[in-house]
Design a protein around this ligand. Structure first.
Ligand code: FES
Length: 145
């Protein structure tokens, strides 16, 4: 049911933990399944994401997608990190079962929430970034895949 990459990132998640005094931090949840994700970003003066960590209280797919998402944003600029959508993360994992696609939204939203926090603190404008939702289940039906 799960690809090898999903199993690998689920069993050996990368970048688990937290960052003290992060440049940005975001927490989002899905009220329907009760899963929660928190992302910490360490961003330097050049707006490059030097380090990223995550913590999750979530299902295996949420762990795997967060792990892959953190790998994809590390070393990127904050603007480039906007390209790391849940679709990009799923592609990098060679796909997710359809019932688990919503789990990948947690990682994308948590990264956006952390970027939003950073943008608010620094006054930097990140193109395309919208105010994050704290509960991703509200709009789930509207999402199309
Ligand atoms: Fe809730 Fe996967 S079931 S994030």
């Amino acid at each position: 049911m799960y690809t090898e990459k999903v199993m690998d990132h689920f069993q050996n998640p990368r970048n688990v933990g937290e960052i003290e005094n992060p440049s940005g931090m975001g927490t989002v949840g899905n009220a329907r399944c009760g899963d929660i994700m928190r992302i910490y970003l360490d961003i330097d003066d050049q707006q490059v994401i030097r380090d990223v960590k995550f913590k999750t209280f979530g299902c295996g797919a949420a762990v795997a997608t967060s792990s892959m998402a953190t790998e994809l944003v590390k070393g990127k600029t904050v603007q480039e990190a906007m390209q790391v959508t849940n679709k990009a993360v799923m592609e990098a994992l060679d796909g997710l079962p359809p019932v688990k696609v919503h789990c990948s939204l947690l990682a994308e939203e948590a990264i956006h929430a952390a970027l939003w926090d950073y943008a608010e603190k620094t006054g930097i404008v990140i193109e395309g970034l919208e105010r994050p939702r704290t509960d991703i289940s509200e709009h789930e039906e509207e999402e199309e895949y």
